[in-house]
Design a protein around this ligand. Structure first.
Ligand SMILES: [Zn+2]
Length: 81
């Protein structure tokens, strides 16, 4: 049994970590792998960015109470000409 994860395992763990906190051992192994593997660092960054984007869009939804133009934009616009 290896003390480090493969890139494949890291990818799985990273997506798992989005849903649930990892165990301490998993976290340590993950951190170690990320410290030596730029490829997985990129993957982690992308996941973090995606998470932040999702949080941002949720925050936007919260700050906007039901706006009438939201429904209007869903309907086809009447032709102007
Ligand atoms: Zn890797």
């Amino acid at each position: 049994m290896s003390i480090t994860y493969s890139c494949k395992q890291v990818a799985v763990l990273l997506s798992q970590a989005q849903d649930e906190p990892l165990g301490m051992l998993d976290q340590a192994k993950l951190k170690f792998h990320l410290s030596i593997c730029g490829n997985c660092r990129n993957v982690e960054q992308q996941m973090t960015q995606m998470k932040e984007l999702m949080h941002m869009s949720f925050a936007f939804d919260d700050s906007l109470p039901d706006k009438p133009d939201k429904q209007q934009s869903a309907k086809p616009a009447a032709p102007d000409s």
